[in-house]
Structure formats: structure tokens, C-alpha cells
Design a protein. Structure first.
Length: 315
């Protein structure tokens, strides 16, 4: 199932094509995806990245799409992998204090090849992303290899990722305008914060990427939304996410995505409790089957465990 099919199925199942409902379908889908990826560890949705540890710096930034750790290893100068043990920050602080005294003399921070790591908290450069803490503090530069579960790009098709430089127009009213609906192009739902200075649009910050846009679409807005005067503003879409509207879930197990999105849709519609319960039940059954795949079948094989044999009644 691709996004176009899912988009239509949600409208068909709910028998609702009202503009406000349709405009929120991407949100229903993204909320369902968030629930699914945090409920099942799917081996197919793992990836490897490498980073560099520097001498004297015990911190390493996590990738932007990081969900949870599968393994973290340090590769030494002889290309040997040292897989780190996951511990709490408190353990690392106590076992490897930043300052060690011996006989009243400050011996500095103990350093060596890291053996342990912990999820430390937010990165300095981005308060919404995590970082790792290593111990002991690296005594040299090392390559770190992180194998992790990640948040895939949503199945929602044509979400605006990057906008170009705006054509500023003229005679607009100076100000900072929030939640401005962008018009034009092949898609719908894009919302931005627009800044006007000197009578021209100087900044467009995307708040919602909408859906069904394509690269090269030229967008604008109603002048009434940015002060009521002026004309000539436009901006071009440079990049979109998922232009084909496909994902691993859509290709391999779409029922969990459909029923998860329908649960969100019924809640949005303030549907009857029996309908909410029905779609919650269908979602629970689908997530159970996905767990069988992700937490069971994809982690075993017949060579190690033998083939699955179900009990049967003999005649």
C-alpha cells in the first residue's frame, strides 16, 4: 500500500471527505507511525553509522533519526571492535570521575579506550536530539560504529523538506506573520512563518510541510495573510521527503498502518466509543502480528531453532 492508496482508504473507511478531515490525514498517519515504531523493534529498520571520538571528549552526538541502540562499538588502531556495555550515567561518573586525586595530587581525568556508554541527554547544538557519554574518556581518536533502530521517513508523500530563496515581491506590510498558508503547487497543507522587512518578504520558515508537493512547485500566499498589501512574493520547493509515497510498513505490513491511522481518524471525528474500541482492537491485533514478525520471525531461523510446529489433533 502506498500513500495515495492509504489516503483514499482512510476517507473510504471513515466515509468522510470534509476538507478539515482530509487536511489532517497526514497527521493521522504520522501519529500511527510513531506508535508503531515505538511498539515494535523491527530488524529491517536498523542502520549503521560511524562517527569519530576525539581525545579528551567523552561525548558523541546521536543521529537525528535515532530511536534506540542495537549496539555501539569502538574500533581501535588495529581495527579491532570493542563493543561497549550500556550503563547509567551515574555509574560512569562514579567509576570514571572527571578528576582523580592520589596522595592529594590531581591526577586529571582517567583516559583510555572506552568500555561503557550511556544515553546522556540533549545535544548542545540541538535540544531535541540525544547524545552518548563514553567512559573512560577517549585517550586518542577512535572510530565509533553505532548500529541502531531508526525512525524511517514517513509514508506521507511529497512533504516539503527544503524551500529555495524567496522572491520578495514589493509593497508588503512589515511584520512577522505566523501560520501562513502557502498556496500553489501540486500539494496542500504547507504552513510557514513569513517575515516582511522593507516591504519585501525576507524569510520563510516552514512550520508544516504539507503533502503531495513536488520539487519545482512555486508557492506564494494570500497578501491578506501578511498585512493586506503587496504582491509578487513566491518561493520554489527545492526538496521533498518521500516523493514516491512508499515505506517499509506500506510494502510489508500495511494493516497496522491502516488501523493505526483509522484509530486516530475516529478520535479526530469524535466518533462513538464502540468505533474507537473497534479500531483499537483491530490495531492491537495487527501490532501483535507485526511483533510476531519483528520480535520473532526476523530474529530466528530454522537452522538454529528448527521449523515452527503447531500442535494438532490426530483423528
Amino acid at each position: 500500500m502506498n500513500y495515495v492508496q492509504l489516503y483514499q482508504a482512510i476517507q473510504d473507511y471513515s466515509e468522510n471527505t470534509e476538507p478539515l478531515f482530509v487536511a489532517n490525514i497526514p497527521r493521522f498517519v504520522q501519529e500511527a507511525e510513531g506508535r508503531i515504531y515505538n511498539s515494535v523493534q523491527i530488524p529491517s529498520l536498523r542502520k549503521n553509522v560511524t562517527g569519530t571520538l576525539t581525545a579528551g571528549n567523552q561525548y558523541l552526538s546521536a543521529p537525528d533519526d535515532y530511536l534506540s541502540t542495537y549496539s555501539l562499538a569502538v574500533i581501535d588502531s588495529d581495527s579491532n571492535y570493542v563493543f561497549l556495555l550500556n550503563k547509567d550515567v551515574n555509574f560512569l561518573r562514579e567509576a570514571y570521575p572527571t578528576t582523580v586525586y592520589s596522595g592529594g595530587t590531581n591526577q586529571g581525568t582517567p583516559q583510555g579506550v572506552p568500555k561503557y556508554y550511556a544515553l546522556f541527554g540533549s545535544q548542545y547544538s540541538s535540544s531535541n536530539e540525544l547524545s552518548f557519554m563514553m567512559a573512560p574518556t577517549p585517550d586518542d581518536s577512535y572510530t565509533a560504529e553505532l548500529h541502531y533502530f531508526y525512525y524511517p521517513v514517513s509514508i506521507v508523500q511529497g512533504v516539503i523538506n527544503t524551500l529555495g530563496t524567496p522572491t520578495g515581491g514589493s509593497l508588503y506590510t512589515n511584520g512577522n506573520y505566523q501560520n501562513v498558508q502557502l498556496t500553489g503547487g501540486n500539494g496542500t497543507g504547507a504552513v510557514a512563518t513569513i517575515t516582511v522587512s522593507g516591504g519585501i518578504v525576507t524569510s520563510v520558515v516552514l512550520n508544516n510541510g504539507g503533502s503531495f508537493y513536488v520539487v519545482g512547485d512555486v508557492l506564494s500566499c494570500d497578501s491578506a495573510d501578511i498585512g493586506g498589501t503587496g504582491s509578487g512574493f513566491s518561493i520554489t520547493i527545492v526538496a521533498t521527503d518521500n516523493p514516491n509515497g512508499t515505506s517499509w510498513l506500506g510494502d510489508n505490513y500495511d494493516p497496522v498502518l491502516l488501523y493505526g491511522a483509522m484509530r486516530e481518524a475516529i478520535l479526530f471525528m469524535k466518533g462513538e466509543q464502540d468505533m474507537v474500541s473497534y479500531y483499537e482492537k483491530m490495531y492491537a491485533e495487527a501490532i501483535g502480528q507485526l511483533k510476531r514478525l519483528g520480535d520473532g520471525l526476523e530474529r530466528n531461523d530454522a537452522y538454529r531453532r528448527g521449523q515452527t510446529a503447531l500442535p494438532y489433533n490426530q483423528l
